[in-house]
Design a protein around this ligand. Sequence first.
Ligand code: SF4
Length: 455
Amino acid sequence: MSHSKAASIFNKDEKKVNWHDKALWFVRHKRDKSTHTVAGWEELRNLGHGIKAHTLSNLDTYLIQFEENALKNGIQVHWAADGDEHNRIVHSILKEHHAKKVVKSKSMLTEECHLNPFLEADGIEVIDTDLGERIVQLAKEPPSHIVLPAIHKTKEEVDELFQEHLGTKPCDGDPQYLTGEARKHLREKFIQADAAITGVNFAIADTGGIVVCTNEGNADMGAHIAPVHIACMGVEKLIPKQEHLGVFLRLLARSATGQHITTYSSHFKKPREGAKMHIVIVDNGRTEQLSRPDFRASLHCIRCGACMNTCPIYRRSGGHSYDATIPGPIGSILSPGKDLKKHSSLPFASTLCGSCSDVCPVKIDIHAQLYKWRQIITKETPQPFVKKTSMKMMGNIFSKPMQFNKVGGIARWSLRNLPKGVINSKPNVWGKGRDLPIGPKESFDTWYKNRKKDE
Ligand code: SF4
């Protein structure tokens, strides 16, 4: 299903759309306030961009350095070329340790690799321990946002879900009661877990350590209780040195939720005494993206979600309409690189207003990359007949001033005189929910020339 079709399903519930839009705009505001408290925020963004660009240009060196140091620390390191290999590696580690119950803290990589269904098919219980992730897991839905996975759910919906799955009492969506119940439920799961899986926010080449950021402390709970900790990371999570961490921690928390620092920035450098620690380093299309000069900067992404919170299309179409692990503007750059045909509608789900690029903490030129994908997609995939023909016609009109003036006159007259039902008739999809202005009597060109004459 194309993005616009999927979005039209989300758009049926207007109340929810308005609420979703407002909720994310609120987070965007928090981000703005928080970034304005940092003198030199722009320098910090430049620094983040520069460190990421340097790391990606020397990825081979830093990956090897990271592996060497992690091994020295007693961590077992595994390499996976794709999602299937990643899943097989995690599965074999769990088998080796006879692990049947797993707690997992938020990891978009394991979502991307579809790890949960893979493990569940072999009878392994996987519990997502981030509250938002647990909510969508119970609802049997994918996350709709990378930082706020259940942002599309109202508290009343969560209330119903918890009654059904956790046996809670009806509470009119009382957030305090619901989080208290989730806490009790998850505590049990942490205590029973045979293994913990976490994502990785940053992997530091010169120490061989990793950093995981959460607001709920669930990564720490899992990794500190279970006898086995498996951390799964994409190759792009590397930073060269410990001293670079401060740059990214400051950028990440402020851009994501407007916090000055994430509540828990947990450093894991070696296994606990008597426990095991594994790191699975995954490519899954990342080096291919690195090889595309126009799109390699998309690998700078630190998954803060700011581009989603600010995007007018994302806010009013919801994360599920992107049908991709990473939704929103950055997802619309990453997904076509994986499957151009399936995700060909995503780069068009943008106003190209550039707000995403303005808020991106690592200065990815998101809107410019979306525009580049559009050009590639238009050339490489079949375009609908109506779109192809109308674009050709428009090209023709725009390239000939006489014709342009004639058609402009007809359009202005039509806007002034034809009934709205004709202007916004069914074939005019653009007119759905939008009102065109009343057409002016003269063109800008005529107005300008007359004004000049009067002067
Ligand atoms: S592209 Fe930039 S703004 Fe969007 S999630 Fe990644 S780092 Fe954040």
